[in-house]
Design a protein around this ligand. Structure first.
Ligand SMILES: Cc1cc2nc3c(=O)[nH]c(=O)nc-3n(C[C@H](O)[C@H](O)[C@H](O)COP(=O)(O)O)c2cc1C
Length: 179
């Protein structure tokens, strides 16, 4: 299975959690890892290149810090620009049929805040619904997300453990992730 990870962090070099996750991916040369903000400093996304690249992979992972209950804005723009009508969805829009998607996100908040009655009221799965629906509308399979909670308080050891779990998660077959 060919896996591409699109990392979307406005300042990956200055980050701890996302950098730790991305760093672990370096040990897996078969996984193609990209830094979206570095590739598109002017936010001018090369749509044809992105669409061509998507076709080469079976599973696409979007990795980002959770920002205001969503993804950072360049990734939202990537969805807006790349997932075009007649290509990704709508008549003739079947190019991404069968692709698998995984969201991998890090939150500042602790896990117990992400539930009914918690400080954020909703689970991460609930808050990720707009992205889930976007990807399933484009004929993809949306697999369970990977979440590192409490990232701002994380020790280096915790981040290292999370990074190893992350790599296991994104490489796991669908039948292992979905049960
Ligand atoms: C603009 C902005 C919005 C944020 N929104 C949230 C949020 O909605 N929920 C949350 O738990 N943390 C939020 N955070 C905290 C980040 O998710 C957290 O700092 C990040 O996941 C840590 O990862 P990093 O070390 O890779 O930057 C926000 C941070 C910023 C800068």
């Amino acid at each position: 299975m060919k896996i591409m990870v699109i990392v979307a962090h406005p300042n990956l070099k200055g980050s701890r959690a996302n950098q730790a996750l991305a760093h672990e991916l370096n040990n897996y040369p078969d996984i193609y890892v990209r830094d979206l903000y570095q590739e598109y400093p002017n936010w001018e996304i090369d749509v044809e290149r992105e669409q061509r690249t998507l076709l080469l992979f079976d599973r696409i992972v979007f990795q980002f810090p959770f920002y205001w209950y969503s993804c950072p804005p360049l990734l939202k723009k990537w969805f807006d620009d790349v997932l075009t009508y007649g290509w990704a969805f709508g008549p003739g829009g079947d190019h991404l049929k069968g692709k698998q998607y995984i969201i991998a996100t890090t939150t500042g908040g602790p896990e117990n805040g992400y539930r009914s009655g918690g400080s954020n009221w909703f689970t991460i799965s609930e808050l990720l619904r707009p992205i889930q629906t976007t990807l399933t509308r484009c004929n993809g399979t949306y697999l369970p997300a990977f979440v590192t909670y409490n990232a701002d308080q994380a020790t280096d050891d915790y981040l290292l453990q999370e990074a190893k779990k992350y790599v296991d998660h994104i490489q796991a077959p669908e039948r292992v992730l979905v049960h």
